[in-house]
Design a protein. Sequence first.
Length: 325
Amino acid sequence: MKRTIAIVAGGDSSEHGVSMKSAEGIYSFIDQDKYTLYIVELTKARWEAILSDGSRAQVDKNDFSFMDHGQKIIPDFAYITIHGTPGENGILQGYFELLGIPYSTCDVLVSALTFSKFTLNQYLKGFGVRVAESMLVNKRHGISDEDVIAKIGLPCFIKPNASGSSFGVTKVKTKEQILPALEAAFKESDDVMIEAFMDGIELANGCYKTKKNEVVFPITEVVSQNEFFDYNAKYKGEVTEITPARLSPELTSRVQQLTSAIYDILGCKGIVRVDYIITEGEKINMLEINTTPGMTATSFIPQQVRAAGLDIKDVMTDIIEDHFN
């Protein structure tokens, strides 16, 4: 009998639309000969399962069930692809833990930790991981442009501490740009991270581990046509993505070993993507970790799966079945 998989997408952040595109990608990646698939769209206002005929059924939050033409469906597994709240920050993970429904991502603690960029960076610094100099500012307290320049310097990045897809991120070069950048970031998150600029090669490296397999994918080199890897670069093609990255074998190995080590330090589950900047002297600096990375056909992870010579259907099956074996 086929297991039923709910691909959980949507959420309440600016990344809702990106999440729905990832859900379509995952729907195409999972082996439908082995699994019955539904996309479930979540927002604060509504939880709906999208049925095969395009109609929608309301999801009962008491047990995550819904009706499909007279049949009650309770998914066996939740593949979470919400970028942002509540699927990337541990909230939804806690819900599925309470119901006893296995899910694809890191657990509650790791999801919450990685969702706060500043907290994650400070935590991993204790394990010797290099990160940019940064500071955290809360909306209620604010900060002056003079303090930003004194503590972090220019240029710098001002970004929401808990957000993704480069929404609300600004590369700041002048004093006059600081306050508008803060305002833009505060629209996405109550806490804003101000991070020193690092000049170098930007990389992305995916990884997943199950009882059967430990896989660190080939690395992607990101060459943006813009000031940085912003929304237009990510989703409108204003970027060149090179997989595998143009790195020496030695540096490639170092980056992949660090990705694997970070995965283990945090106790990650499912597919994660770690982003880096390589600065002068081949210093590897971690930027952030994505525990629900984009999964459209052109996203980094599917690119890296192909470059590794793997079939993404096999990768999806490995992740799902790991929870039942």
